[in-house]
Design a protein around this ligand. Sequence first.
Ligand code: G3H
Ligand code: ZN
Length: 288
Amino acid sequence: MALVSAKEMIDKAHAGHYAIPAFNTNNLEWTKSILAGIQEANSPSIIQVSEGAAKYMGGYKMVVDILTDLIDSMGITVPVALHLDHGTFDGAKKCIEVGFTSVMFDGSHFAIDENIAKSKEILELAHSKGISVECEVGGIGGTEDGVTSNGELADPAECKTIADLGVDFLAAGIGNIHGKYPANWAGLNFDRLAEIKAAINDKPIVLHGGSGIPFDQVHKAVTLGVSKVNINTELQLEFAAATRKYIEEGKDQEGKGYDPRKLLKPGFDAITAKVVELCKAYGSAGQA
Ligand code: G3H
Ligand code: ZN
């Protein structure tokens, strides 16, 4: 099946009150493990890549080629969108050229006027090619220099301004944080989420920093308009834990030489299992 735009699957999820998972990938096997999970769960899904991960994988075109070839060779039948995560202005333009079917332009660090101007240009370009667009208002909190902020809250008026440009889904801070949540995290701010939902005329909202948010909070967020949940850290943690266990048990020392197919298999299997679990938890399983 060819890559699809993320718009249709997210609009369907929005109407059906579930969320589409967006899994970050980092390499060939990571991509393969995610695809195995979404196929097993029969879940329409987004596979996304940061600019750094794309560079690591050999460039944007390589990411497109890896994903399309794997979809073909693995016989994947569920709808898959390839999305640029937290894209810069130039990065989003390049991805639009080489075959991504969805892009995020993250202009949240610009002053609102510049965010508007740049978002507009990306929207025109992407929409002329049937590519979906996510834009961001207000930053998403996280750990910087060892200091963890409690997550920013986007301004509903600014959300409306950006949403009205015609974005397909909007990323907005509602107390969510990238990376691990601290023990004293205040949780998602549902009052702010409801204000944003009202301000943007019920356009689908994206929840960044999905790793580790308790499922009951995700479910409540879905009832208030969240239709895409981003997951990166959780897959990394699963991979690291399974690989560490394999090594600590001395299994990497069995047999002759170093075989990445054996050493990395538990980690990749753990990614697949987590993908299936999250598709079920978000309600996207069985929706393909
Ligand atoms: O854009 C990517 C995500 O927001 C992932 O956040 O690493 O906390 O799961 P996470
Ligand atoms: Zn994010």
